[in-house]
Design a protein around this ligand. Structure first.
Ligand code: FAD
Length: 395
């Protein structure tokens, strides 16, 4: 038949928004839409720092995809994508192949370790429900094991990278580690929480006054910052930083960078750190029928710098691609993507956050409330009031 086939790879922020917008606006038999995802659930990546630290159950941070889309309208395929073959218009899955007329690549990113020796092998990264479960369990295990062997390096926790993810995770750990110390009867003064960042500032690019506020708040909570100090190597006993200084630790979590999903480069798309510089219609250069959105895409903002990869831009891209796909199928005019920045909020643990919204700086408790509103707004967009009540945070 001649019904165009649309395949969406990945059901994260970008993929879910594409699927939902297609589902809402496509008429019956206008297109066959297939959504492929590794798991049968969608997770709220922007909240993963909490279950990683153990300050929120991981069950609050995911939802079954079948509750978010209408499977009468979208074919949901739970599978691992193993290769993309743009020349053949095919996608290879672990258990079959799919052919497409239009492809939307929304596979998120992989951690970027900048070739730091040992980082890939020995550090954790916050990237999925499984990864955050592993981090939470590992942290708790260190307290348990310390009680047995007295190895104080177990009580040092290193977070590599003080970007938004690193700072948010450190904020949660600063709440969680004293709780664990109490629970296991460990002297809290023995616990060390280190945040190491190579750039000259934490939260690079963010408002300097709010950066100072964030660092002061976290320092008071017991965080030791090493800013402007690169991590040189990582092994099972800690990290080497700066000019050979050691931080001995059994737990290293790397949040220092993100690159596009490796499948994108493997497929032969020209990429910079795994991300493809897409055109204004979010298409891969030279591929009229392939869209790349979310963490795998690269767009230059008006200031000449790439937009940072965020859920916010991923969602807007998903919506735009869906609209443009429908317009294309109907022979109508498509529109360029224009990012509308709604602001930035970074949490600093319980009751504390920093934010810039519409040029206004907000800090402390009001910013923390704003963070909850942003998270709840997302739940509302993808799952309505029902999902807000089921997964939202109100305390
Ligand atoms: P993802 O949401 O990562 O989705 C990718 C999907 O593809 C996943 O479902 C994955 O399972 C699936 N997938 C991957 N590989 C395969 C495969 N081979 N086969 C099948 N499926 C596959 N951004 C903000 O805007 N605001 C914030 O406050 C914020 N906070 C953050 C806090 C943390 C702790 C982290 C880690 C990130 C945060 N971000 C935030 C960034 C944001 O989460 C990402 O930019 C966003 O998730 C990107 O969306 P995406 O759709 O590109 O990818």
């Amino acid at each position: 038949n001649s019904i165009p086939k649309i395949v969406i790879l990945g059901a994260g922020y970008a993929g879910i928004l594409t699927a939902q917008n297609l589902q809402k606006k496509l008429k019956n038999n206008e297109a066959d839409v297939t959504l492929v995802n590794r798991h049968d659930y969608h997770y709220f990546t922007t909240e993963l720092h909490m279950p990683a630290a153990g300050t929120q159950p991981d069950t609050k941070t995911y939802e079954k995809i079948s509750n978010l889309i209408d499977e009468f309208k979208i074919d949901l395929v739970k599978s691992n994508v193993t290769a993309i073959k743009p020349e053949e218009r095919q996608v290879v899955l672990e258990d079959g192949t799919l052919s497409y007329d239009y492809l939307v690549i929304a596979l998120g990113g992989d951690p970027e370790t900048f070739g730091i020796p040992g980082m890939k092998e020995h550090a954790f990264s916050i990237r999925s429900i499984n990864s955050v479960r592993a981090i939470r369990e590992h942290i708790e295990t260190q307290f348990k094991e310390f009680k047995k062997d007295g190895d104080e390096t177990r009580l040092n926790f290193v977070v590599g990278g003080a970007g938004f993810t690193g700072i948010e995770f450190v904020g949660e750990l600063a709440n969680r580690l004293p709780e664990l110390a109490k629970q296991y009867g460990v002297d809290p003064s023995k616990v060390g929480l280190f945040n190491v960042e190579a750039a000259p500032s934490a939260l690079p690019g963010f408002d300097p006054e709010l950066v100072t506020y964030a660092m002061d708040t976290l320092t008071k909570k017991g965080v030791t910052f090493r800013i402007g100090v690169p991590v040189k190597a990582c092994d099972e006993n800690g990290v080497t930083v700066g000019e050979g200084e050691r931080i001995e630790a059994k737990t290293v979590v790397w949040t220092g960078g993100i690159r596009g999903n490796h499948l994108i480069e493997d497929a032969g798309f020209e990429a910079m750190r795994g991300r493809v510089k897409v055109d204004e219609f979010l298409k891969a250069p030279g591929h009229e029928n392939v869209f790349i959105i979310g963490d795998g895409s690269l767009m230059i903002g008006p200031e000449g710098r790439p937009y940072p990869p965020t859920a916010q831009i991923a969602m807007q891209q998903g919506e735009r691609v869906a609209k443009n796909l429908i317009a294309t199928i109907r022979g109508q005019q498509t529109e360029k993507f224009a990012f509308s920045n709604k602001g930035t909020v970074a949490s600093l643990g319980k009751g504390e956050a920093v934010a810039v919204v519409a040029g206004k700086k907000i800090k402390g408790w009001p910013a923390a409330q704003l963070k909850k509103v942003v998270d709840a707004r997302y739940l509302f967009i993808i799952g309505g009031m029902g999902l807000v009540l089921k997964k939202g945070r109100f305390l």
